[in-house]
Design a protein around this ligand. Structure first.
Ligand SMILES: Nc1nc2c(c(=O)[nH]1)N(C=O)[C@@H](CNc1ccc(C(=O)N[C@@H](CCC(=O)O)C(=O)O)cc1)CN2
Ligand SMILES: Nc1ncnc2c1ncn2[C@@H]1O[C@H](COP(=O)(O)OP(=O)(O)OP(=O)(O)O)[C@@H](O)[C@H]1O
Length: 204
């Protein structure tokens, strides 16, 4: 474990905030046509990964705004999973930790705070993520070591701490797999990323 001084931690936090602003602005500037094309490529790469890994339980999320994958991602994943497979989606808790509920079709999604769409079914509890063999996570960027930059709530840092040996994969746009991101001791790493141009790439 590296030794992080207070100054390094301060620099990492400030660096993350500045990077988030830049990355979100670049995503917002992506034209609709690029978003659609990127979503198709990301979904195809996810399909290949699911065919190879055959998870019985997977987690994902409903992409919003310019997030890679597009709003139809849960439906695509449901079709890709084994007929008996389960897709869990996150429900943001007041302390920004994540609960989980099974995806049961578009009618089971409800608009919630922060522009999210979340499942309204029975909550499985924050520990349910430990049942998944494949965990698909949102990210603004990931580096070659697997360090992930999220929205800044620490939601996935907490959720990923509960995962056992699951394959954790972040969905990115091209250009968001970078050389080195600021890292803090609590950051949980991912094992792979999917980008539209590069498909599935192992990191770390
Ligand atoms: N689609 C999605 N679902 C997710 C996440 C995510 O990053 N993306 N999360 C990851 O932890 C958790 C929720 N955390 C979030 C924290 C902040 C914002 C946010 O800043 N929203 C913008 C509006 C959306 C946009 O256009 O980007 C806002 O409130 O201004 C969203 C989700 C669980 N579900
Ligand atoms: N295990 C944890 N328990 C409680 N708070 C945590 C935990 N891990 C991280 N946090 C807090 O969450 C905040 C945001 O962390 P960070 O900037 O790394 O978020 P992120 O990884 O970019 O976002 P997210 O995980 O929501 O996508 C930090 O202030 C951190 O202290």
């Amino acid at each position: 474990m590296p030794d992080f001084s207070d100054q390094d931690e301060f620099a990492a936090k400030a660096g993350k905030t500045a990077l988030r602003g830049r990355l979100l602005a670049a995503r917002r500037a992506l034209p609709e046509e690029s978003r659609r094309a990127a979503a198709g490529r990301v979904r195809r790469a996810l399909g290949d990964l699911i065919a190879a890994e055959r998870p019985a339980v997977a987690t994902a999320y409903v992409p919003v705004g310019a997030e890679p994958g597009g709003a139809g991602l849960p439906d695509v994943l449901t079709r890709l999973l084994h007929p008996d497979g389960t897709l869990l989606l996150p429900v943001l808790l007041p302390d920004l930790d994540l609960d989980w509920a099974e995806y049961a079709g578009p009618a089971s999604l409800t608009p919630t705070a922060r522009g999210l769409r979340e499942p309204s079914g029975r909550r499985r509890g924050p520990a349910a993520v430990a049942d998944a063999q494949l965990v698909v996570v949102p990210a603004l960027a990931v580096d070659r070591r697997g360090v992930r930059l999220g929205r800044g709530g620490g939601s996935y840092d907490r959720a990923l701490a509960r995962c056992g040996s699951a394959l954790v994969v972040a969905l990115l746009h091209d250009g968001e797999l970078v050389g080195e991101l600021p890292a803090e001791p609590h950051d949980r790493r991912v094992q792979g990323v999917i980008t539209p141009a590069g498909g599935f790439v192992r990191v770390g």
